[in-house]
Design a binder for this molecule. Structure first.
Ligand SMILES: Cc1cc2nc3c(=O)[nH]c(=O)nc-3n(C[C@H](O)[C@H](O)[C@H](O)COP(=O)(O)OP(=O)(O)OC[C@H]3O[C@@H](n4cnc5c(N)ncnc54)[C@H](O)[C@@H]3O)c2cc1C
Length: 478
């Protein structure tokens, strides 16, 4: 008799026997991994070490045919599905407890068309893989700042990085996609075919199907860009951020910048006396004409006397990996975010106080200066609605000791709540969602006027909410 395993959520129990698994195995080319199989523990891990979920099955898809087989199998057995791109979402939604993980990490090819200025990118590619291929042509997809992050999760909820003010969000540069929908059909999506789905994919998250490949617009970038990396004494935060808000209000689109309450690094090239001390770091990237970059970043280097200044020109590929060592796999993370309508003195004061209370020296408060190209797209033109805020606050709790989970999570939540209550803010950035514990309220505040349309599109393409291990948009009732 075939061995049976009963799996699933509280709501539904699903029986999977060996015969069913063998049937699926015969239909896919990629590896199928179950509890107890070699590699299971490795493949159920994600970047955030606090996430510990046990899926029933992991299907390492090698192509669209595998994805179709996996979706059909899960749907017919009412098995919860999660989709794994780069496995870097802080909420760990890539892994479904008790369900099936459609793991796309092997679908990571990148093909650049330098004539049409586009790139075709597999649904499991990382930013590093995209940058590697596009920079071979002096091109780039505007994306995030850590090379191991997946392009899929990042672009489906927006995508902020060094080129956002210059060329827009990652999702603004998404021009087409192949999607395996809940009914197992492959939809070739662009502005002619399924334009409503293209609209939803530009910011609406992984709610509408499995994106097996994306097509992005690419832009001339590099090979070198000018970077400002200036570490100032944190005691000067008030004056520094006053300068920062005024400077960024006038800055050209080519300049992207963020100010970070953090501690200085503990190693070379930081001089011994300046290591591991609280600081306000100004980071900026100038991606316009190279010979104008030094002048563009210079004012950020001269606001006061810095503790350390590591500014200079560097290859764009290097700039895109600067933060990699700070975010190792398996550390514990809890990140929230909230848009700010301004950076008035009272806001700065509050942030400085919160930063001084960080329970972990590797935690940070990041102030992203927005605007530019991102701001010139109408809020209803794509699913990504929150485009007019001048700043985004990223509240990053980062720590190693499991005993410290509670205190570190509590700190980030407290900063979030305080900013929300004391200052008029406008929604959250869904790529830094904490554990999305606010549920639908978080989505409503972030999608704003686009939420109802997203629910209607969800009802059209995934009426039974098969794809729900994500920041879930419930289908409109039909
Ligand atoms: C160290 C670090 C730095 C970061 N820096 C930035 C940054 O600079 N800018 C920024 O905007 N964000 C940044 N982020 C946040 C990042 O954008 C999100 O964590 C994003 O979800 C990561 O994508 P992923 O594919 O790795 O996610 P995963 O965890 O694999 O997936 C998250 C969700 O995306 C959906 N999904 C993933 N792949 C697919 C697919 N192919 N088809 C359909 N749905 C899919 C699923 O719903 C899944 O649950 C950073 C994250 C980390 C960890």
């Amino acid at each position: 008799m075939a061995a049976r395993e009963v799996i699933g959520t509280n709501a539904r129990q699903v029986a999977l026997d060996d015969r069913a698994i063998d049937e699926l195995r015969a239909r896919v080319r990629g590896r199928l991994i179950r509890r107890g199989d070699e590699g299971y523990d490795e493949r159920r891990k994600v970047w955030n070490g606090i996430i510990n979920r046990n899926p029933a099955l992991i299907v390492e898809c090698t192509g669209t045919a595998d994805v179709i087989a996996a979706v059909n199998f899960a749907r017919d057995r009412i098995l919860p599905i999660s989709v794994r791109g780069g496995g870097h979402n802080v909420a760990g939604t890539a892994i479904s407890e008790g369900g099936m993980v459609i793991d796309l990490s092997r679908m990571n090819s990148v093909r650049v068309d330098p004539l049409r200025k586009t790139a075709r990118v597999g649904g499991g590619a990382t930013l590093g893989q995209v940058d590697h291929e596009t920079q071979a042509f002096g091109l780039a997809v505007p994306a995030g700042v850590m090379s191991r992050t997946g392009i899929a999760g990042l672009s489906l909820h927006g995508g902020l990085g060094l080129l956002t003010r210059h060329y827009g969000l990652t999702c603004d540069n998404l021009i087409a996609a192949d999607v395996v929908a809940a009914d197992g059909r492959v939809l070739v999506v662009d502005k002619q075919d399924h334009p409503d789905l293209l609209w939803a994919l530009r910011g609406g998250g992984g709610n509408f199907g499995v994106v097996t490949s994306f097509q992005f617009r690419v832009h001339n970038v590099g090979p070198e860009v000018w970077m400002a990396i200036v570490m100032y004494p944190v005691e000067k935060a008030s004056a520094l951020l006053k300068f920062f808000r005024e400077f960024m209000a006038q800055a050209p689109d080519e300049l992207m910048a963020l100010a970070v309450f953090w501690n200085t690094p503990q190693e070379e090239p930081i001089p011994e006396g300046a290591r591991n001390v609280p600081t306000l770091i100004l980071f900026a990237c100038y991606s316009g004409p190279f010979d104008q970059g030094e002048r563009a970043i210079q004012p950020l280097r001269e606001i006061d006397t810095p503790l350390v200044d590591l500014s200079g020109p560097m290859p764009y590929l290097v700039a895109q990996q600067l933060f990699d060592p700070d975010y190792p796999d398996g550390r514990r993370y809890y990140w929230k975010s909230i848009y700010l309508r301004g950076l008035e003195d009272t806001v700065v004061q509050a942030l400085a106080e919160h930063a001084a209370r960080r329970p972990s020296p590797i935690s940070s408060i990041d102030i992203w200066a927005l605007g530019g190209a991102m701001n010139r797209v109408a809020p209803s033109a794509t699913a990504f609605a929150r485009r007019d805020a001048p700043f985004l606050l990223g509240i990053e709790s980062n720590w190693d000791d499991p005993q410290q989970d509670e205190v570190n999570i509590a700190w980030a939540r407290e900063v979030f709540r305080d900013m929300e209550h004391r200052f008029e803010t406008g929604g959250a950035y869904l790529n830094f969602p904490g554990f999305a514990e606010e549920g639908e309220a978080l989505l409503k505040m972030s999608f704003d006027g686009n939420y109802t349309r997203l629910q209607e599109i969800k009802a059209k393409y995934d009426p039974s909410n098969l794809f729900r291990s994500n920041l879930n948009i419930r289908p409109a009732s039909t």
